[in-house]
Design a protein around this ligand. Structure first.
Ligand code: 5GP
Length: 179
């Protein structure tokens, strides 16, 4: 991996761990046991966030995975959202939290919230690690936000450019188009 591809570290491993820990504790307080708490990870970008988040939630949780595609191989949105992998179990009567990597235009999240709300969960909330409000095209409600950032294309901590850089343990701004 060529480190010269990356500009400065936007969010360090320590900053991410601290904030994800705070969100986990906030969620545990908001959903005291007993009762179902079901987290839905939006693949692929949110897998690392989910892994750290569930370890910070000190109560019983269940997880499931869903995959959507909104960006093909570039850094701009096509505006089109496709469901690639659906959930394994139903959501009726359950307390559900969508775990997403980043909300940018909001199109992906608006689509997901609409699809999942139609499955009659008891409650539906959303946790996003990153928020880029300057690029929003549709209004979406995000209940837990890790960090609000400027309009820069970021990689690392699960986020990719053309499927690369997901394993970088911090969040960085991409330069040179990832070449
Ligand atoms: P939206 O539909 O809100 O425009 O885009 C949401 C999806 O686009 C995110 O789940 C993420 O996969 C991708 N995305 C948006 N901004 C970035 C970014 O800065 N870096 C990366 N790697 N993906 C992004």
């Amino acid at each position: 991996m060529d480190e010269s591809t990356f500009e400065t570290v936007l969010l360090s491993t320590e900053q991410i761990q601290q904030r994800v820990g705070e969100i986990g504790r906030e969620i545990a307080r908001a959903y005291p046991e007993p009762g179902d708490l079901h987290l839905i990870c939006v693949l692929k970008g949110a897998f690392m966030f989910l892994g750290d988040l569930i370890r910070a939630i000190d109560r019983t949780v269940t997880i499931d995975f869903m995959a959507v595609s909104s960006y093909a191989k570039g850094t701009t949105s096509s505006g089109e959202v496709r469901l690639i992998k659906d959930l394994d179990t139903g959501l009726e009567g359950r307390n559900v939290i969508i775990v997403e990597d980043i909300v940018d235009t909001g199109l992906t999240l608006a689509y997901l919230q609409q699809v999942l709300r139609a499955r009659s969960p008891r409650s539906l909330r959303t946790a996003c690690l990153l928020n880029k409000p300057s690029r929003r095209l549709v209004e979406v409600t995000v209940d837990y936000i890790g960090f609000t950032i400027e309009d820069r294309f970021v990689v690392g901590y699960g986020l990719d450019y053309a499927e690369k850089y997901r394993n970088i343990p911090y969040i960085s701004v991409l330069q040179n188009n990832g070449q």
